[in-house]
Structures are given as structure tokens and as C-alpha cells.
Design a protein around this ligand. Structure first.
Ligand code: NAD
Length: 380
């Protein structure tokens, strides 16, 4: 098993050096993920990159970065507009360099399929940077639910996210046709896909706080999802909430009801496992982790560490681009459901790509990496 490593084999070339890539690099430094090159047309982005990554090469064109023999993996973090994603992916995939693509993969399901078809055409490996799934706390949750089966077969889960996220400071965040469900709740869909796989149907309401500065499209999106197993999931997710009981990004609240117990989890707040005994009594076990291990920037380092380890070991990564079509289908179904006020089957969005027997995202990637990574720091 290949562990996260500072080896320059499969070293990283960053394409798009915008705001979020500062966090990428902070996380990469923590987990020894070597950045050797970068490309961005913006002079400001270039200067920031060269200041925080001395020794890396900056290139004036993607062509030059791709042919750098040191670059083995591309970290693509341009905006998820089709115009800044599809041509770059085509060019990089044609050169055969594996790509970690920032979430969300695309704006719409149709655009996501276009991207996946490019990966398929060239046989290039791609993973979506669903970094919430790689927070240190998420790895503990996955280990407990998927490896240890600590609550048995999941039957219901509830996700609550409510805080205020105004984007008046940002040139394009919140200003496109789709925002909250596609760009923010996608984090939670990525984790749900690993845990439970794709739902069969989605019912959603998306909406907008007319007084919110900066967000001109959807500022919230609430979903009810039914799964082939009979499981159900309720997601309440909003960036419009400035009341007295915030549940912020980074510490959202998720609980999962299983046949044998309940898991209460927050990415930065610990995991509680509750069980009902034969006499009806309840017992609890608390799993904690280093409170300094946060989503930002730790999850970014661990996501890249996972991708590079999967590549080195020839295993498909978790959150691969093809697996992520299910996540994109949930987003598409949510917007269509809300617009038309009806339940939307995923099969209607995905056609022949929908597999009712797909199972969990966990079963389609390098899940052994999680327990191997956690074993280095203990499980409790
Ligand atoms: N938690 C997270 O994972 C997280 C957080 C924020 C943003 N994001 C995602 O990351 C992506 C980028 O967000 P951001 O906040 O860095 O945006 P940004 O606007 O700050 O930066 C985008 C960068 O891409 C560059 N760029 C544009 N076209 C390019 C091209 N053709 N080739 C190379 N570079 C190009 C721009 O010059 C800019 O520097 C978005 O898709 C966003 O949804 C993810």
C-alpha cells in the first residue's frame, strides 16, 4: 500500500491558481504532496503561487506545463464553467496525465457527461476533488460506518447545514443560474455517495433569500431522497441563515440511523455511536480526533494523497469522475424537481448510465486506503 508521500514521482502541476488553490497548497504541505509547477493566465495568481511555492516552475501556457516531465498529476481548479473546464480537460486527458478536478465537476449533468466522455475517450484517470469526503473526521466516519459497520445497515440519514454565506465580494460565486445545491451542497452529496450510493429518486425545493447580497440565484436547497434499499435521506441546506442557531460549513450536522445504532457526526466535532441494548438501555461510544485536523486545509492534502496513492497502486480512486456522475445526477434532479414540483427518478436524468445495482461509491474505489491511512494515527 502506497502512503501519502513527498516522492516527486507523480508530482503535481496546478492548472488554475485561484483563491481555493492557496488552501490546496497549504494542505499539500501538511501531507507532503509535492507541487512542482503551475499555470494561470492571471498575473496576481502567478505571483501568489510563486511566493508560497518557491522552487516550482510557473508556465505561461498549458502546453508548456503538460510537457514538463516532472508533472505526473494535474490539479485542475479553474471555475466549473464549461468554457474553462472542458477544453483544458480535453488537452490534459489527451496527454494522458491524470487529473484531480475541483468540485463540482460541472454545472449540469449534461456537461458532466461531456467531461466523463473525454476521460473515457483517452482512458485517462480522473478524480473529483470532493474534499469534504476526505476531512480527517470524514475518514473516521467512513471507517466506522463502512469498515467497522458500527451501526449496521443504514436506514435513514439527516443532514443539516444552515449558516450565512454571502458572496457579494466574489465576481462569479452565486451569480450563475445555479449556485447553492450545485456548488455547496455538492460537498455533502459527495460524502453521501460514498456512504450510501445513488438514490433512486429526488424531491427538492430550491430557493432564494431576496435580501441576500451577492447571491442572485439559489441560496438554499432542501432534498428528500429515496434509495433502492428502502433507505431515505433528508438534506436541509442553506447559506441564507443568519439566525441564532447556525450549523456552519465545516461543522455541519449529520446523523445516520442504522439497524444496529445511530451515528451522530460533525466533521470538526467528533463522532458519537449510540446503541440500544437488549433490555432497551442505551450506550454511547465517542470517537474523537485531533481538533487541529480541520477541513481547511487538511482535507485538501488528504484528497490529493488519496489520488496519488491510488495512481501509484493502480487502483481506481474514490470519487472518480465516472462515480461522480451520480452526484451530478442528484444535483440535476434537485433543480428539475424544484422547478417542476415533482419527484425526479435518477434513471430519468442518467438514462442508460443509471445502474440500480451500483451500490456505494465506497465499493467503487480505493477504500482500503482509508483504514491504512487511519491506522497510522489510531482509530479512537
Ligand atoms: N471547498 C472547496 O473545495 C472549494 C472552495 C472554493 C472553490 N471551489 C471550486 O474551485 C473552483 C475555483 O474556485 P476559486 O475560488 O479558486 O475561483 P477563482 O475565481 O478565485 O479562481 C479561478 C482561477 O482560474 C483561473 N483560470 C480561468 N481560466 C483559466 C484557464 N483557461 N486556464 C488556467 N487558469 C484559468 C483564473 O485566472 C483564476 O485565477 C470552482 O469550481 C469552485 O467551485 C472549491
Amino acid at each position: 500500500m502506497t502512503q501519502p508521500s513527498g516522492s516527486t514521482e507523480l508530482a503535481i502541476g496546478q492548472v488554475g491558481l485561484g483563491g481555493i488553490t492557496v488552501v490546496h497548497r497549504d494542505g499539500y504541505r501538511i501531507y507532503d504532496q509535492p507541487v512542482v509547477a503551475g499555470f494561470d493566465p492571471s498575473a496576481e495568481a502567478r505571483d501568489r503561487f510563486l511566493a508560497d511555492t518557491p522552487g516550482a516552475s510557473f508556465y505561461e501556457s498549458l502546453d508548456d506545463l503538460i510537457v514538463d516531465p516532472l508533472v505526473g498529476v494535474i490539479d485542475l481548479a479553474t471555475p466549473h464553467h464549461r468554457s474553462t473546464r472542458l477544453p483544458l480537460i480535453e488537452q490534459i486527458a489527451a496527454a494522458g496525465k491524470p487529473i484531480l478536478v475541483q468540485k463540482p465537476l460541472a454545472y449540469s449533468y449534461a456537461e458532466a457527461v461531456e467531461i466523463v466522455e473525454v476521460f473515457e475517450k483517452y482512458g485517462t484517470v480522473g478524480m473529483v476533488n470532493q474534499n469534504m469526503a476526505f476531512t480527517p473526521g470524514s475518514l473516521r466516519l467512513l471507517d466506522a460506518i463502512m469498515t467497522d459497520r458500527a451501526i449496521g445497515e443504514p436506514a435513514f440519514a439527516q443532514v443539516t447545514v444552515q449558516y450565512v454565506f454571502d458572496t457579494d465580494y466574489h465576481p462569479w460565486f452565486g451569480k450563475d443560474d445555479r449556485w447553492w445545491t450545485g456548488a455547496l451542497t455538492v460537498h455533502h452529496f459527495g460524502l453521501l455517495q460514498l456512504l450510501f450510493g445513488p438514490p433512486e429518486t429526488v424531491y427538492a425545493v430550491t430557493g432564494h433569500d431576496p435580501g441576500q447580497p451577492g447571491v442572485t440565484s439559489d441560496g438554499f436547497g432542501h432534498l428528500l431522497m429515496r434509495y433502492p434499499s428502502g433507505m431515505t435521506v433528508a438534506v436541509t441546506s442553506t447559506g441564507t441563515y443568519y439566525g441564532t442557531d447556525p450549523v456552519p460549513h465545516g461543522n455541519e450536522k449529520i446523523w445516520i440511523q442504522g439497524a444496529d445504532g445511530i451515528a451522530d457526526w460533525r466533521p470538526e466535532g467528533g463522532l458519537d455511536l449510540s446503541h440500544r441494548g437488549e433490555a432497551g438501555e442505551f450506550s454511547r461510544e465517542r470517537i474523537t480526533w485531533n481538533p487541529k485536523e480541520k477541513w481547511f486545509p487538511h482535507a485538501f492534502g488528504l484528497t490529493m494523497a488519496h489520488f496519488r496513492a491510488a495512481l501509484a497502486d493502480g487502483a481506481p480512486p474514490l470519487c472518480s469522475v465516472s462515480d461522480n456522475l451520480y452526484v451530478m445526477a442528484v444535483i440535476e434532479a434537485a433543480y428539475q424537481s424544484s422547478e417542476n414540483n415533482r419527484v425526479v427518478p435518477l434513471a430519468e436524468i442518467m438514462g442508460e448510465r443509471y445502474d440500480p445495482d451500483y451500490g456505494t461509491g465506497w465499493s467503487h474505489g480505493y477504500s482500503d486506503w482509508v483504514s491504512a491511512t487511519l491506522s497510522g494515527v489510531g482509530r479512537g
